[in-house]
Each structure stands twice: as C-alpha cells, then as structure tokens.
Design a protein around this ligand. Structure first.
Ligand SMILES: [Zn+2]
Length: 381
C-alpha cells in the first residue's frame, strides 16, 4: 500500500462542521451541571467543545496533516433520523429544543444550540458513510459531537441524543450492504447501537468497554457477555467487558483473539470503528489505561481487517474522550495506525503507567470460552 502523503491510496477523509462546537454543556462538578456552593473553581462539563477543537487542530497542524483530506459536514434531516430512531422520540427532542435548556438524563443537557449540533453530528456522519459507499474514498472519519453511541432508538443517554454510527449503519444497509460490523472501543458500553440492532443478524456489534454495568433508567443494559442479541440477532452482539486497567497488551490480545476472528467469521462488507479516547490512561471518565501505542496498534488491526474483509471500506466515528490534550494525541495515534504508517509520527508525551496484563488476559480467555459455548458462529473453529 502506498503511504506517500496525499496519495488517494492512503488518506483519511475527515468530515467536520464547526457548528458542532455550539453545543454548550455547562460547568459544575464534573458532568453534573451542579454548583454545590462550596467550591471556588468549577470545571467544564467533560463533553465540551475544547476537546473537539484540539482534535480538529491536531489533524490540521500535527504531523498527520498531509494524510488528511477535509470535507464539510451537514445537518441531518428529520426523515433521515427515523431509520434508527422512533418518531415519538424525535418529536420529543424537537419540542424540548423549543422549550430552552433541559437535562434529558444524568449529565445530558439539551441547551440552546445543542439540537442543531446534534443534527450536524448525525448528518456529518451520514455524509462520511455516503462518501465511502459512493466509492469516493476507502476510509472516512466523522469527527462529531455530541457523541451518539449511548442514544437508543427511544432514549437519550450518556451525553448522546442521536446515534450517529447507528444511522450510518442503516444507510449502508439501505444502500445495498449485506452485512455491517461495528467495533466500539469507547470505554463505555455502546448500548444504544447494540439496542438498535439487537434483533438483526445483518449487523454484528462488538463493544469493548469498562465493566461499568447499568447506570440508571437511561442505560438499563449491563454490557455483560450474556447480552448476545435476540431472535435472528442472537449471537450478533458481542460484549467484551474488560477489567479496570486492562491496558495496551490486554486490548491487543482481545483484538487478536476475539475481535479479528469474529470479523473473519462474519464477513462484513462494511466496517464501522467507533472510537472514544476515554479508554486512555488519563481519562477522567475511564479506567482502561490505553496509551498512544495501543491506539496505534488497534488502528492498524482494524485497517487490516477492512482490507481483508470489507474491500478496505472503513468508517470511523468519534464518540467520547475527555482529556482535553491527550485525547487529541490518542486520536492522532489511532489514525496513524489506520494509515499503516511504518513509524510513529508523534511520540507519547505522558505514558508512564506500568502494565499488568495477566488479569485481563484471563478475563478475555473466559469470554472466548463462553462465546464458544453460546454463539453458533463461534462454535466452528
Ligand atoms: Zn465513553
């Protein structure tokens, strides 16, 4: 594969619209929006525009910039949203937007400007998917906020209103793709995407996440290995809850032994990589301890899976990632991996935690053994 800068063979088409910065999430104690009255300094909500401004700037001015081609985003239309979401839920969001500020569930604020940003995130992700479907590029990245993977067909959750990746998957299916695989490495369970395709055998959803369980009425799913899908979709939702502190080696072990074989058995004609840098070692919202090296290797593995199984077609969708500087670095590393570059372009400025892979490897082996017992397509060697 050619790796010369700007080559159409090896470039990433990034879709972005600055209107997404207008989603204002407020200040408080972390993500609560609450001022307890006894703190001198409150902090920005973790899902703030600064994190995404740094992701944009590192791709524009970092060493990866020659490999990046920029494309404009656009708002989704209401009918487009109905491929994944229920009309009653969308009507509720439209009405809530007219009413001004509102917290839809814990940490999830629909403020003036938020709905327009959510429509831009959904539409921009659809544009990125369409770009790949139309053959204008092989690898597209939707750099979007608010995030989407917790948004269920009828429910906002975890800073998410519209399921950007889920909408893109629906577009792929409606455009003739037979099977789509979604690999979600955000540190939280991609419960919204899983819920949307829980009864489908056309979409394989794989989520690697912290073992955080349910966090309330907006997020009833546990993300456990036993949540395998239902009906025709049984076995097509693979949850990989990983122990805290899993780290680079544990994630790579899970990718090599569990994710890659699943993709090989499923044979998708499109792969969607859902990324959140909140699985990094320094994220305030996660405990999984990935470093740039791990993200780089994951990017490389997924690119190779796309080359082998989906004709190279890969859509990458941005989700969480709340450390304002390190998230940008980890994104840079992930995309370096996706580009299959022979050498890292950017050194890791802060990785210094030692890793202990012994426990995570045991957990991953147990998950594989469970899948072999329970999931039909895992039974064959
Ligand atoms: Zn997350």
């Amino acid at each position: 594969m050619a790796t010369c800068p700007g080559s159409t063979m090896n470039r990433i088409d990034v879709f972005w619209h600055e209107g997404m910065l207008k989603h204002y999430t407020g200040n408080g104690v972390f993500d609560t929006g609450i001022d307890p009255g006894f703190l001198d300094v409150l902090e920005k909500h973790p899902e703030n525009s600064d994190r995404v401004r740094n992701m944009v700037s590192i791709l524009k001015r970092g060493p990866i910039s020659p490999f990046v081609s920029w494309h404009p985003g656009r708002p989704a239309t209401i009918p487009e949203l109905l491929s994944f979401h229920a009309p009653e839920y969308i009507n509720k969001l439209v009405e809530t937007d007219k009413g001004g500020e509102k917290m839809l569930c814990a940490g999830t604020f629909l403020n003036p400007g938020s709905w327009d940003a959510a429509l831009l995130a959904a539409g921009t992700t659809l544009s990125a998917m369409k770009h790949v479907l139309d053959g204008h590029g092989k690898v597209a990245y939707a750099l979007v906020r608010p995030p989407g993977h917790h948004a269920q067909p009828t429910q906002a959750d975890g800073y998410c209103f519209l399921n950007n990746a889920g909408l893109a998957v629906q577009l792929a299916l409606e455009s003739g793709c037979r099977k789509v695989a979604v690999i979600d490495i955000d540190v939280h369970y991609g419960n919204g995407t899983a819920e949307g395709f829980y009864r489908s055998n056309k979409v394989l959803t794989i989520s690697l996440h912290m073992n955080h369980g349910s966090w309330g009425p907006s997020h009833p799913q546990n993300g456990s290995v036993a949540e395998l899908g239902e009906g025709e979709g049984y076995g097509y939702n693979l949850n990989v809850p990983l122990p805290n502190g899993t780290g680079d080696r544990g994630y790579i072990h899970a990718f090599n032994e569990l994710v890659a074989p699943s993709i090989k058995k499923f044979e998708p004609d499109m792969i969607v990589l859902v990324i959140g840098q909140d699985s990094s070692a320094f994220d305030p919202n996660g405990r999984q301890c990935l470093t740039m090296e791990g993200y780089r290797e994951i990017g490389q593995i997924v690119r190779n899976l796309a080359t082998r199984h989906s004709g190279g077609r890969l859509l990458i969708v941005q989700e969480g990632g709340y450390h304002v500087t390190y998230s940008a670095y980890c994104l840079h590393a992930t995309l370096e991996g996706v580009l299959n570059l022979p050498q890292p372009l950017l050194p890791d400025p802060i990785a210094y935690y030692p890793e202990d892979e012994a426990f995570s490897v045991k957990v991953i082996e147990a998950i594989i053994s469970y899948l072999k017992d329970e999931v039909p397509f895992w039974r064959t060697a």
